[in-house]
Design a protein around this ligand. Sequence first.
Ligand SMILES: Cc1cc2nc3c(=O)[nH]c(=O)nc-3n(C[C@H](O)[C@H](O)[C@H](O)COP(=O)(O)O)c2cc1C
Length: 401
Amino acid sequence: MNDVFGPATLGPLALSSRVIKAATYEGMSPHGVASAELVQLHERLARGGVGLTTVAYCAVDPRGRTFPHQLLLDERSMPVLSELTRRVHDAGGKASLQLGHAGFFSKMRGPDGRGPRGPSFAFNAYGVSAGLPFARAMDDADIDGVIEAFGRAADKAVQIGFDAVEVHLGHGYLLSQFLSPATNRRNDRWGGDAERRRALPLAVLARVRRAVGRDHAVLAKTNLADGFAGGLELDEAVEIARVIEASGDVDLLVPSGGFTSKTPFFLLRGGLPLTKMAAAQSDVIARVSMRALGGIIIDRYDFEEAFFRPLALRLRGALHMPLALLGGLVSRREMVRAREDGFDFVVLGRALLADPDLVVRMRAGTLERSRCDACNECVAEMDLGGVRCVLDGPRPSTRST
Ligand SMILES: Cc1cc2nc3c(=O)[nH]c(=O)nc-3n(C[C@H](O)[C@H](O)[C@H](O)COP(=O)(O)O)c2cc1C
């Protein structure tokens, strides 16, 4: 099936292609405020033919950030994001906003001075350098606040022109922490068994759907596996996907994997640019510990094209709802194979950072494979002045965030 680069329907949306730009944190919202560079990046992706471009990690609440420069939907960002959606539309694309909450994986205090909270009491290695080594368990009021925060953010997103929102249920952020047996050790209606562990993520999806209505699309990014012993495994991931399908609240499931606090490279595979990642840390303790311990505590995974395909095929076999394939898609061959396998959309991160016009060129038959070699230096670059592909050569000018 070779319709990857042609028009497609996603829920209520008509897209120009089946290629979706994955959320890749841009590092273009200093102190949470969307910048002109963020607008340009997504406009360029839309010009390059992606059907839907995803603005990465927008925290639904100030305490939902892992660090201070993650996007917030406040009155300073909203006009810029509105301009972003206009420019993406003018370029023939559609725009999605990824909504997330960090839970315990954070070095931020909330506006009231309180430290991060998650499903259960947790050691927060990421917060050590910020003096926040432990996170407490959320109480019922915190949890109600999270559901409302997702709903409010989704409402604002569509008010300012986004066509879709993507709810982040993966990668070890709050909703993934609730789903994971390793981090959710509650024994109340939000945890205790698999059904109760998924209660909050499902409540959030229902609230988000209520906020955006049926004229906008809802995507859910989920984990196929957390990637460590004791974490979420594929069998339960399939069960979660079935329940999401039955809820009718989601138009497209985007399966990924990995847990940022434990297995950050499970979701990327390929190079581990530790020296550069250490240099990008904002404080000395984090810099030194990343340099000294990074190679020991961060597992390395070899890159393979379409690395989530074997797990995602299990999901495809279990579901009828629209499903995307994500993870290591760099060649036309693998994208076409994804369609043949029955995936409805392909979602690309690094290949589109390397080649923002990949769709236009593959459609024209002038590109077979992205030049991305999974060096993962883009991961360090995002904190060094904005995400970019290092194959473009040295950064033209330095910018501080
Ligand atoms: C620089 C960079 C930043 C990322 N930031 C996010 C993010 O904010 N939210 C998210 O869900 N995934 C994030 N990811 C993961 C990607 O969305 C995607 O799941 C991963 O890169 C695998 O897809 P790929 O092989 O096509 O790059 C990021 C990846 C990269 C390379």
